[in-house]
Design a binder for this molecule. Structure first.
Ligand code: ZN
Length: 304
């Protein structure tokens, strides 16, 4: 799966999720994914027989050695800029040790849901405990509160949902809701069937066969912005006139100065540029031959 590491997004954003009980020896699987218009694509898998911090840190270090300096879009020594995780202390501790320069964010869905659940229990149990809990939560607000995410390149992702979806693929499609016999079989399934699954998915997306073509988020919605309202400044830099103000669009970085586009999420201004200038973008489902070819490249060298 090294080829996915060539995607620009792999140096920006990584999602991690884990699940246990994958084989008879209760092996734990950690999936690391990056964001793409074809959904989460795998950057690495850790198979651990323990889930303590030191074991996970060792696994991350081994992954770094396997992908090398070119991994994570050339950030192999530093890891992606942002890592979104569930609120797992061992996992976050290991990431902090192995990759001190990466910013660790919490999945906002889990944190808010957890806060509600735990909050109710805490009130019922003891008022002081609840206050301490709120204090701890507030101290970590930059990890989970959406109001602090404006400056991060989340590309519109605030949850770990793409990693959760990948875990479902692993359990449903690859393991077919059964446990692997043992670790070697689990390893075999992950390195054969999982790769085949993602390869097929990328080809489907490139050729427009995927059901998620119905998902509006990834479809370029240009808001009927006419070509006349777009001015090309440099090869990949544009100014787009909106209804009330103008926005700067950089298709090299896949960013826009509008509120949505600031985090790197797809927006109508980028969509309009993609449509009128046939620019490449990994944030949108392919609408031209260049974008289809770019996706297909991810499968061409898949096994190298
Ligand atoms: Zn925009």
């Amino acid at each position: 799966m090294k080829i996915v590491h060539q995607l620009k997004h792999s140096g920006e954003l990584c999602f991690i999720d884990s699940s246990g009980n994958m084989d008879r020896e209760n092996c734990r699987v950690f999936l690391l994914l990056t964001h793409s218009c074809a959904g989460g694509l795998p950057l690495g898998i850790l198979l651990c027989q323990s889930e303590d911090e030191q074991t996970i840190a060792q696994g991350l270090e081994q992954l770094r050695q396997v992908v090398g300096e070119k991994g994570f879009a050339g950030r192999g020594h530093e890891w992606p800029q942002l890592v979104i995780t569930d609120d797992c202390r061992a996992e976050r501790g290991a990431l902090g040790k192995a990759f001190p320069k990466a910013t660790l964010l919490l999945c906002s869905f889990h944190k808010q849901f957890g806060a509600r659940q735990e909050g109710i229990h805490a009130v019922a149990a003891r008022y002081e405990k609840f206050l301490r809990y709120l204090d701890r939560l507030y101290a970590r607000r930059e990890c989970w509160a959406l109001s602090y995410r404006g400056s991060f390149l989340t590309r519109g992702n605030n949850t770990n949902n793409c990693a959760e979806a990948a875990m479902r693929v692993l359990k449903d499609n690859i393991l077919q809701r059964t446990k692997a016999f043992n670790l070697p079989q689990l390893f075999d399934l992950l390195t054969s069937r999982l790769e085949t699954y993602y390869e097929a998915r990328i080809v489907d997306v490139a050729l427009g066969h995927w059901e998620s073509f119905q998902r509006a988020k990834f479809l370029p919605q240009d808001g009927n912005i006419a070509a006349l309202r777009i001015q090309q400044i440099e090869v990949k830099k544009f100014v787009v006139k909106g209804s009330t103000q103008t926005y700067d669009v950089d298709m090299d970085l896949e960013l826009c100065s509008c509120p949505a586009g600031q985090t790197g999420a797809p927006c109508k201004h980028q969509a309009a540029v993609v449509k009128h200038y046939s620019c490449l973008s990994h944030s949108f489902l392919p609408i031209n031959p260049e974008m289809r070819a770019e996706l297909m490249k991810l499968t061409s060298d898949w096994h190298s």
